[in-house]
Design a protein around this ligand. Structure first.
Ligand code: SIN
Length: 304
């Protein structure tokens, strides 16, 4: 069978293919190892890691909705020490790239995590200034262009690996936010994180999530995500990792045509733990069907 070149480059790091996991939907990959070979993924993007362990928000913190789900996990994580001891050695068994999503309540906390990762063998950092489920840090940084630039600049000063900044869709216009991240020194951008949503149990007359609101993800948000990737790709020159409701190879192709270099699969992993592999195969099939030899030929290649 004819081979296609699926390799992409994010800030100097070469990935075998454009498909990654979306942070928060894949842990550090341990639960998925029995379903897929992690070496087949372009990269594993791990759940957000903070400077100390966080226990997350009270339950219930997951709810199904039409075309997706809500989560209010609140960045539960074991803290950077445990992550370095347990998760990096686990992931190093595989021939894939490691991207660490960084969580924090303050600029100092973000920097602590990034400094701790400085001498480890990970490939890229993803700064999470877009989680809607925490009171401090997260989305409160990500919705203000001034703060986005400042936090990016401070983190970039101490980062030894290239820095991706993950953007929130919960803004009126994502373009000034994206530009602020790039001005602050972001080497790449990932978008979108979840949309703030709410579900009510009408029989109990109470919000379904203990935290009342949560992040909405899944196929229903894909048109919003594709639109934002397109807008940001027209406005900045750094690589974009597109995500938001990717379930199939065809979905991923939409993001690449909108201007994304890489794509991340999130909520689909919960419905089908082999979803990432199917997305890789779907992209390959599309390239073959339409006669493209190289995935790079497809990026932003919109005809209208
Ligand atoms: C969470 O843990 O609350 C979700 C992570 C995120 O939205 O960044």
């Amino acid at each position: 069978m004819k081979k296609v070149n699926m390799k992409i480059n994010i800030a100097g790091v070469e990935l075998e293919n454009p498909v990654m996991t979306a942070s928060g939907t894949f842990g550090s990959g341990k639960e998925y190892g029995e379903y897929i070979d992690l070496s087949e993924l372009g990269a594993v993007v791990v759940k957000g890691v903070a400077s100390t362990p966080w226990k997350g928000n009270p339950s219930p913190r997951i709810a199904e909705t039409y075309g997706g789900m809500l989560n209010s996990v609140g960045l539960q994580n074991p803290g950077i020490k445990e992550f370095i001891k347990e998760d990096i050695p686990f992931l190093k068994q595989y021939d894939t790239k490691i991207i660490v999503n960084i969580a924090g309540r303050t600029v100092e906390e973000y920097c602590e995590v990034v400094e701790a990762l400085g001498d480890t063998d990970i490939d890229l950092l993803e700064l999470n200034i877009s989680c809607p489920n925490v009171k401090e840090g997260g989305v409160c940084f990500g919705t203000d262009p001034f703060m986005v630039e400042e936090v990016t600049k401070e983190v970039k000063k101490v980062a030894k690996q290239p820095l991706i900044v993950k953007l929130t869709p919960n803004v009126t216009d994502i373009v000034p936010i994206a530009k602020a991240a790039v001005k602050g020194g972001a080497d790449a951008l990932s978008l979108i994180n979840t949309l703030l949503g709410m579900k009510i149990d009408i029989h109990r007359r109470k919000p379904v999530l203990a935290n009342r609101m949560g992040g909405f993800s899944g196929p229903a948000i894909k048109p919003v995500a594709v639109r934002m990737v397109h807008q940001v790709a027209e406005a900045v020159d750094v690589p974009i990792i597109g995500m938001g409701g990717i379930m199939t190879g065809e979905d991923a192709i939409e993001f690449i045509l909108a201007g994304a270099t890489g794509v991340a699969v999130g909520t689909a992993n919960f419905a089908d733990p082999t979803a990432t592999i199917k997305v890789i195969e779907g992209i390959e099939n599309y390239l073959l069907e339409y006669g493209f030899e190289n995935i790079e030929e497809l990026r932003g290649n919109l005809l209208g």
